[in-house]
Design a protein around this ligand. Structure first.
Ligand code: NAD
Length: 483
């Protein structure tokens, strides 16, 4: 691939892995592209298989010492780490904008939300559960750490996702080897620099590399669990590969979330909310709205109002303070979206706004709103993961629910209505991990998150997520005398 180097900037090469408490480079490296300019601005070290082995050996060696510390001790260190991230908000945000593309304010918000997770997650209490206690027996369910966790993250919100995994795995007493996406490795490697000053050697190892490194991790015989966030296709490969060693897996995968809009809402009031929840991070959020089903009585009015929202916003370089939204993150995703838009045009659906790309460098897609689209069109069936939104019409709410559920995805969904009881009843019938009424996004470390169907396996966050990083163990005491 021919890479243009950013002319006005020095190519940064000072990025390192964190392995066994030490910061080190690799013999080979790969370029990191700024999606706003399509130019490389940094070189990222590319970890070798030997470096992965070294990291896993270090994580295994550190495991007993780390697992034997109290929850409080581990929490204290994790909170200090969160504090160090806050102190570096400015530099981390700028780096995140340059490698991911999102506007600086949103990058800042990601860094702050990532840092806050270390505090929020370590406030969750994990206690043995008493199952029976009588004259003859005492039975408790304990939770103990699994060992070495391998974590693999994608490129859309890399610092939040890495931080959620680090906080959950380390708080529960595991050690970790973490691999960020090759599209956005740098801000995660900077976390490694901060971690080196806080955690004992080997507890947290961060290595950058391509997909191959992820494969080596899932195949590695001395990794006990894979915590994976990424696409459904890769999630299936991860699960198949993890099967040989019966590794535990948590899979947080793609979504094709539906929003169902009932006839009793004011289109002008809900349009900005639907737009924001669909186009957030330029549509690159797993649980963003990806299909909108609207009652026929307000279909045209609502679709036009959403299209008007799209016309108001500015997509531009994340470092330009006037940009509301950035480009999509990488060439592969950009080309996939261009192809989907071409398919929309061929299918005869109507594009209300967008449907093209601006004539400039960068992976920009003009925000696109599509109506009169068939249920079996690719834009409805597939996860677009970009700023292209199909709006579909229904005449009967039962039909709307059936069509919203007619998918292999099942991450989240929402219902929009002024009748909260009806909204709750419909939400409960959506086949998803999270169903909401009158909002779509809003994740929190206290609320379990994950997908139904092919959107995932297991949950992250809250006590439910923490237990996914632990092995349940029954401790059964017979009180009868053995004399
Ligand atoms: P991806 O599956 O292509 O890659 C994710 C990570 O897996 C990267 O680090 C990649 O290098 C690694 N990888 C690739 N092939 C691998 C293999 N065979 N074995 C092990 N690791 C491998 O996903 P992406 O394009 O980076 O991210 C976008 C996807 O992530 C979207 O589908 C989105 O919905 C999903 N996502 C889900 C959540 C969630 O919480 N459910 C959150 C964010 C993103």
């Amino acid at each position: 691939m021919a890479i243009r180097l950013e002319e006005s900037l020095e190519i940064e090469e000072n990025f390192t892995h964190l392995i066994d408490g030490k910061l080190e480079g690799s013999e080979s490296s790969f370029p990191v592209i700024n999606p706003s300019t399509e130019s490389a601005f940094a070189k990222c070290p590319d970890a070798s298989k030997e470096q992965l082995d070294k990291a896993v050996i270090a994580a295994r060696a550190a495991f007993n010492g780390w697992a034997n510390r109290s929850y409080n001790e581990r929490a204290e260190m994790l909170r200090r780490f969160g504090g160090a991230i806050v102190e570096h908000t400015e530099s981390l945000s700028e780096l995140l904008t340059r490698e991911q593309g999102k506007p600086l304010v949103q990058a800042k918000s990601e860094i702050q939300r990532a840092a806050a997770q270390y505090d929020r997650i370590t406030r969750i209490e994990i206690c043995p559960e008493v199952i029976a206690d009588d004259d003859s027996q005492h039975i408790e369910l304990h939770y103990r750490p699994l060992g070495v966790v391998g974590a693999i993250t994608p490129w859309n919100v890399p610092v939040i996702l890495a931080s959620g995994k680090i906080a959950q795995a380390l708080y529960t007493g595991n050690t970790m080897v973490l691999k960020p996406s090759p599209y956005t490795p740098l801000s995660t490697l900077r976390l490694g620099e901060l971690a080196a000053k806080i955690f004992p050697a080997g507890v947290l190892n961060i290595l950058a590399g391509g997909d191959e490194l992820g494969i080596w991790m899932t195949e590695h015989p001395d990794i006990d669990k894979i915590s994976f966030t990424g696409s459904v296709a890769t999630g299936k490969k991860v699960m198949a590969s993890a099967a040989s060693g019966l590794k535990r897996v948590t899979l947080e995968l793609g979504g094709n979330d539906a929003a169902i809009v009932l006839e009793d809402v004011d289109p002008k009031k809900v349009a900005p909310k639907l737009f924001a929840a669909a186009f957030v991070n330029s549509g690159q959020i797993c649980a963003a709205i990806k299909r909108v089903y609207v009652h026929e009585s307000l279909y045209e009015e609502l679709a036009d109002a959403i299209a008007e929202e799209a016309k108001k916003v500015k997509f531009g370089d994340g470092l330009d303070p006037s940009s509301d939204y950035g480009p999509v993150n990488n060439k592969m995703q950009f080309e996939k979206l261009v192809d989907l838009i071409e398919d929309i045009k061929q299918s005869g659906a109507k594009i209300l706004t967008g449907g093209d790309v601006p004539d400039r460098a960068g992976y920009y897609i003009n925000p696109t709103v599509v109506v009169d689209v068939d249920d079996d069109a690719r834009i409805v069936k597939e996860e677009q993961f970009g700023p292209v939104l199909p709006i579909l019409k229904f005449s009967d709410v039962e039909e709307g629910i059936r069509r919203a559920n007619d998918t292999r995805f099942g991450l989240s969904g929402s219902v929009w209505t002024n009748d909260l009881a009806k909204g709750e009843e419909i939400a409960a019938r959506l086949q998803v991990g999270t169903a909401r009424v009158n909002q779509h996004l809003g994740m929190s470390p206290d609320i379990p998150f994950g997908g139904a169907k092919e959107s995932g396996l297991g949950r992250e966050y809250s006590i439910v997520g923490l237990k996914g990083y632990m092995e349940p163990e029954v401790v059964h005491i017979n009180k009868d005398s053995i004399e």
